[in-house]
Structure formats: C-alpha cells, structure tokens
Write a protein that binds this ligand. Structure first.
Ligand SMILES: *[C@@H]1O[C@H](CO)[C@@H](O)[C@H](O)[C@H]1NC(C)=O
Ligand SMILES: *[C@@H]1O[C@H](CO)[C@@H](O)[C@H](O)[C@H]1NC(C)=O
Ligand SMILES: *[C@@H]1O[C@H](CO)[C@@H](O)[C@H](O)[C@H]1NC(C)=O
Ligand SMILES: *[C@@H]1O[C@H](CO)[C@@H](O)[C@H](O)[C@H]1NC(C)=O
Ligand SMILES: *[C@@H]1O[C@H](CO)[C@@H](O)[C@H](O)[C@H]1NC(C)=O
Length: 186
C-alpha cells in the first residue's frame, strides 16, 4: 500500500526593530511542519462514492484534501485510525444514486460501514476482502437484487442490517460465530 506524504513548510518571520533605543533588534523565527498523510487507494475509493451519489451534504465541498488527520476524520462521515479510514457512516442525508459495485474493496481497514436511511438504489456493494468489517448497515434504502453470497465470508462481521429495501432471492447461509445481529426482510 502506498503512503502519500506532502509537506507544507510554514515559515513565519517576524522582524522587530527597536527603533526607540536604536541599539538592539530582535528577530524571532517561528517555523512548523504540517504533515499530511493519506493512502491513495482509500481516498480514490471515497472519491468514487462522492462522484456517484447526491446528498444533502456538500460532499464535493467537504471531501477535499486527505480524509484523515491521524485518528481524526477530516471529512464528514469518515472515521479514522492511524491515518487509515476505518469507518464510513453516512446516515439520513438523502444519499441518492447507485454505488459503484466494487468501490469499497480498497478501504482495507474498514470496520464500520453505514448508509442507513438514505435512497440508494441498485445492487448491494461487493464487500469481498474487507476482513475487518464488523458492522454493516444498509437498512432503509432502495437496494434491489440478491444478498451477495460473499457476505458470508466476512470473518469479523458482528452486525448486518439489510431490512427495508427491495431485496430478493435467498438468504445466504451466514454462519460467522461473530455475527450477533442480523436483520433482513426479503
Ligand atoms: C467537513 O465536515 C466536517 C464535519 O461536518 C467538518 O468538521 C469539517 O470542517 C468539514 N471540512 C471542510 C473542508 O469543509
Ligand atoms: C431519516 O433521514 C431523514 C432525513 O433524510 C430524517 O428526517 C429522519 O429522521 C431519519 N429517520 C430515522 C429513523 O433516522
Ligand atoms: C484498488 O487500488 C488499486 C491500486 O491503486 C487499483 O489498481 C484498483 O483499480 C483499485 N480497485 C478498485 C476496485 O477501485
Ligand atoms: C465500530 O463501531 C462500534 C460501535 O458502533 C465501535 O464500538 C467500534 O469501536 C467501531 N470500530 C472502529 C474501528 O471504529
Ligand atoms: C466481488 O469482488 C471480488 C474481488 O474483486 C470478485 O472476485 C467477485 O467476483 C466479486 N463478486 C461479484 C458478485 O461480482
């Protein structure tokens, strides 16, 4: 995984001449590094969703620069840990549109994912390889089609909410021992 780092070197120089006494001058130099780190694959994945949906939040205005500042999310709905995006929580903001099918797969450390209470339509996203996922909330949307069978392979899944959508087909044979909450009505 690539790590992108950009440095903004801020040098502020104050020059103060003591003209009253004419004998001494002071020149304090104040400098600081502002380091910006992000993982390009994670950011690119988030750009894909930003550009696929509309919402009541101005994601184009807000999701700029790096998504994380170490353990703090800089973007609305983004939760971070050690510069990685670990949570994506966008609830009740009238997210409208269809998700790019595989856009989440590069957010490798994603643990919490919620799109609860929006207007997302089309198929549920592919969550293959997201081995850290613990909570997945897609309830109260307009998703259609089957529950992807690869959801049964998420090894740390604890909570999965899919109710209040327009899903069909069979419920795959979930048997993760971690799974304590599963809500779905087909
Ligand atoms: C984006 O939104 C978050 C949370 O609402 C806010 O803290 C942050 O300052 C915003 N950033 C920009 C660039 O607007
Ligand atoms: C769902 O989102 C709408 C805004 O789009 C909000 O008014 C409503 O309270 C939310 N409902 C729930 C159950 O959170
Ligand atoms: C994931 O990241 C890799 C490397 O940047 C890129 O080639 C690939 O297209 C990305 N996958 C998705 C699903 O966006
Ligand atoms: C995921 O959310 C749960 C509760 O909503 C929280 O306890 C947990 O710390 C979160 N995980 C991460 C990695 O943010
Ligand atoms: C989901 O993504 C994985 C890895 O990219 C791929 O192997 C699998 O075929 C995809 N599943 C579907 C149903 O497209």
């Amino acid at each position: 995984m690539n790590l992108a780092v950009s440095y903004t070197f801020v040098l502020t120089t104050y020059v103060v001449f003591n003209l009253i006494f004419g004998l001494s001058s002071t020149m304090p130099v104040h400098s600081s590094y502002q380091i910006k780190v992000f993982f390009p694959e994670e950011r690119d994945a988030l750009m894909q969703i930003r550009d696929s949906v509309s919402s009541t939040l101005d994601l184009h205005g807000n999701w700029t620069g790096p998504p994380c500042n170490q353990n703090l999310g800089r973007w609305a709905g983004i939760i971070c840990s050690n510069w990685h995006v670990v949570g994506l929580v966008l609830e009740g903001i009238q997210l409208t549109g269809s998700l790019p099918p595989t856009f989440l797969q590069n957010i490798s450390f994603l643990a919490n994912l919620s799109f609860r209470n929006n207007s997302i339509y089309g198929p549920l996203p592919n969550l293959s390889n997201l081995v850290s996922l613990e909570s997945v909330f897609f309830s109260y949307n307009r998703f259609t089609g089957p529950i992807p069978s690869e959801y049964i392979e998420l090894p740390n899944l604890k909570q999965l909410e899919l109710q209040q959508n327009y899903l069909d087909g069979e419920i795959p044979p979930f048997d993760q021992p971690t799974l304590t909450l599963f809500q779905c009505v087909l």
